[in-house]
Write a protein that binds this ligand. Structure first.
Ligand code: BES
Ligand code: MN
Ligand code: ZN
Length: 485
């Protein structure tokens, strides 16, 4: 997808040459200063009852006299916020989907275009053209859309350009994360994630290192190994580094849960919807997507992505409930439930992260069903004892329209992890399950500023629209960029 900005004041929209001119109407009245010809078309449409001010409506008009664009599209929006704008653009592009528009130019009527609007436009356009085809080549293509222009004033253009460039990079990252996560477990294996990381490394100048089982054994990652031991699929421990700032500058480290399929292991999951556990590497996918976005933008920041990848399978060699393992940190863990495997692979990756002397570490994981119960599918769960880091992440999520919500990490919740046979058990009671999972991770993060994002409710959609969302690439990219020079 090509993106650009073009100076076109609201009063000159009829002169914009494009396949489709999409005018987002923020508000109920005809916007002041709107191009006379466009305004006349709008008035005629509303007078005829073909367009009301109800948000989410679209109207496609063809070859309107004295309008250069081949199509004039009106979309009504709730308001002028970037969030409403993103939705409206999505509706407008959907209305054009099966048509012949290769180039769409988008105007916001009734408010000034900001960088956040341009970013929202890039995300909406990427969303509109994404089709999963890897194992379904017969899926109909998305349509001919290949170029999107954000129209704005000359004064706004420099900033809007920056927003659009950022949005385009995030959109590429989101698409990468979606594609990885959508691929089924027999395609998206730990080895596949490693090869994707290497491919990114070549394409974007990342240093990529992949550790195999032998390396991980030598290091002493007993918790990660315990999860992987039930599977015939080789584990991979992936480290990808973007060096955008000076060598001395402490990096941000992102740690992704890369369970490429979670059966639950011996504590096996019920059959219904188990297929969705192919998305259990959504955290890992978001780390790859963020690395891509940050590297594409050549951000002046140091970023390390760590992915612990394996399958969680039952077998004659699988870890059993009650087994005790020694983590890389030296702390022992009684594995009471083999389905609480995410925290086991993450704890060793979090200990490994210490070697980078990080400025901050954020882990991202489809960690608990309890988080879905707590927050549903709109906001990711954010867990951190560090108020400043938590605020940064909340702000990044808001700015990226990829929101999260802070959850508690009081010491009292930690008591649920007591074990008679090891330093800790790997599960607590059902109540507050997403919090005890975070408390477990917290025990491995004493040496740096740390936050945990539970994306179990936000990384994918179930039902008719089943598929990965690519979240939280937007949140993470904003966070990392906010730390750039
Ligand atoms: N990958 C799952 C979490 C999950 C469940 C994500 C449903 C999305 C939807 C994780 O590995 C898991 O199985 N967690 C258990 C933890 C429990 C055994 C303490 C859960 O949430 O049930
Ligand atoms: Mn599990
Ligand atoms: Zn899992």
């Amino acid at each position: 997808m090509d993106f650009n900005t073009q100076v076109a004041p609201l009063g000159g929209l009829s002169k914009v040459e494009t396949d489709a001119l999409l005018v987002v109407l923020a508000g109920t009245s005809v916007p002041v200063g709107l191009d006379k010809t466009v305004a006349a078309a709008l008035k005629a449409a509303t007078d005829a009852g073909d367009l009301t001010s109800k948000p989410g409506q679209t109207l496609v008009l063809h070859h309107v006299a004295r309008i250069q664009a081949a199509r004039l599209v009106f979309v009504t929006s709730n308001n002028a916020s970037p969030k409403a704008f993103q939705k409206a653009v999505g509706a407008g592009l959907a209305a054009l989907k099966t048509g012949g528009s290769k180039h769409v130019a988008v105007a916001l009527a009734g408010a000034d275009v900001t960088p956040a609007h341009a970013e929202a436009l890039a995300l909406a356009a990427a969303e509109a053209v994404y089709v999963y085809r890897h194992t379904k080549p017969s899926a109909p293509a998305a349509g001919p859309l290949s170029k999107v222009t954000m129209l704005c004033t000359a004064a706004a253009k420099p900033d809007v350009d920056i927003g659009l460039t950022r949005g385009a990079a995030i959109a590429e990252g989101v698409t990468l994360a979606r594609e990885c996560a959508n691929r089924p477990g027999n395609h998206c294996t730990p080895s596949y994630l490693a090869s994707e990381a290497r491919r990114l490394g070549k394409g974007f100048g990342l240093k990529v290192e992949v550790l195999d089982r032998k390396d991980v054994e030598k290091l002493g990652m007993g918790a990660f190994l315990a999860v992987a031991q039930g599977s015939d699929e080789p584990l991979k421990f992936i480290v990808a580094r973007w060096q955008g700032a000076g060598k001395a500058e402490a990096p941000v480290v992102l740690v992704g849960k890369g369970i490429t399929f979670d059966t639950g292991g011996i504590s096996i999951k019920p059959a219904a919807e188990m297929d969705e556990m192919k998305f259990d590497m959504g955290g890992a996918a978001s780390v790859l997507g963020t690395l891509r976005a940050v590297a594409q933008l050549k951000a002046k920041v140091n970023l390390v992505g760590i992915i612990a990848a394996c399958e969680n399978m039952p077998s004659g060699r699988a870890v059993k409930p009650g087994d005790v393992v020694r983590s890389l940190s030296g702390q022992t863990i009684e594995i009471l439930n083999t389905d609480a495997e995410g925290r086991l692979i993450l704890c060793d990756a979090l200990t490994y992260a210490e070697r980078f002397k990080p400025a901050a570490v954020v882990d991202i994981a489809t960690l608990t069903g309890a988080c879905v119960i707590a927050l549903g599918h709109h906001r990711s769960g954010l867990f951190s004892a560090d108020d400043a880091l938590a605020s940064e992440l909340v702000a990044a999520g808001d700015a990226a329209l990829d929101p999260c919500w802070r959850m508690p990490v009081d010491d009292e919740y930690d008591e649920a992890l007591k074990s008679n046979f090891a330093d800790m058990g790997n599960v607590g009671p059902r109540a507050g399950g997403s919090i005890t999972a975070a408390m477990f991770l917290k025990r491995f993060t004493g040496k740096y500023a740390w936050a945990h994002l539970d994306i179990a409710g936000t990384a994918w959609k179930s039902g008719q629209a089943k598929g990965s969302t690519g979240r939280p690439v937007g949140l993470l990219t904003h966070f990392v960029l906010s730390r750039a020079r």
